[in-house]
Design a protein around this ligand. Structure first.
Ligand code: ZN
Length: 267
């Protein structure tokens, strides 16, 4: 990841090195960002334009050591980190929910794709998904508000994605979403109160996501967080905790060490 030559160029956020933050003024020597970008909005594969400052001296190649790399990287999963710490606790969700969990994890392990099972209040279940590796389309259900629980597997072993949280906040029929990693990680979100408009759901989640990334970037910049930890998609846990703080959902994760790390980021 280098930018060189007299005219500058673009860098692609692609891999991690040491923490770096434009907020702290640690930019590639002789370079400035061509246009202002909100730091917390940087993510994997973003192209960031840079140019050499006038009178910056001879052209050099610069290594961009960017926190965005670190938090965008998928080198280690929350589930792997929790497993390494021996910190994945079994949870008792009840027989119907266990059936749903076992089904999505079994299918997910067999194909590497995401599967979903909806559990209705009367105990009926309905299976769907299996079309994509990293997302799932939740069909609409004719059910009372807040009454449907969705179980789905996360082949990635991460906590909730932004899309998961948006769907939960926006869809009146849904009350809870559970995500299951293939090695036992379990995350659960329950909506508090009624559903939000699509626009407000997007705003709430995008705000929490960008705040979470920015908080992690700050911790990394101060060397208060190990890189391998920041890489473990910790921002996704922080994002859910931020939404919990706002009172729109309740969040649970069966890995205490990950929750503690996320709470440290929030301090
Ligand atoms: Zn998901």
């Amino acid at each position: 990841m280098r930018v060189g030559g007299g005219e500058g160029g673009t860098v692609r956020i692609a891999r991690a090195a040491v923490p770096w933050s434009p907020h702290r003024g640690l930019r590639p020597p002789g370079c400035r960002m061509r246009r202002a970008r909100r730091w917390s909005r940087l993510s994997l594969d973003d192209e960031i334009p840079w140019e050499l400052r006038i009178n910056a001296g001879r052209p050099k190649a610069y290594r961009i050591d960017c926190v965005g790399d670190v938090i965008g990287s998928k080198a280690m999963r929350s589930e792997e980190l929790a497993a390494l710490a021996g910190d994945i606790k079994p949870v008792d969700l009840g027989p119907v929910h266990h059936r749903a969990r076992d089904e999505v994890v079994r299918l997910g392990k067999a194909t590497g794709k995401e599967y979903g099972v909806a559990v209705f209040v009367d105990g009926r279940i309905l299976s769907f998904g299996g079309d994509h590796e990293n997302r799932i389309d939740v069909p609409p259900f004719d059910a009372p508000p807040g009454s449907v629980t969705i179980h789905h597997n996360h082949p990635s072993g991460d906590s909730f994605s932004r899309a998961d949280l948006r769907v939960l906040l926006e869809r009146p029929d849904l009350g809870r979403i559970d995500a299951h990693g293939h090695e036992g990680l379990w995350a659960s979100c329950e909506r508090v109160g009624g559903s939000l408009t699509k626009q407000n759901a997007i705003l709430a989640v995008e705000d929490a996501a960008s705040q979470a990334r920015s908080l992690i970037a700050k911790k990394l910049g101060r060397h208060e967080l190990a890189e391998e930890v920041a890489r473990a998609s910790l921002w996704q846990v922080v994002m859910s905790l931020l939404l919990e703080r706002q009172g729109v959902l309740r969040y649970a994760l069966n890995a205490e060490s990950i929750i503690l790390l996320a709470r440290q980021v929030l301090k």
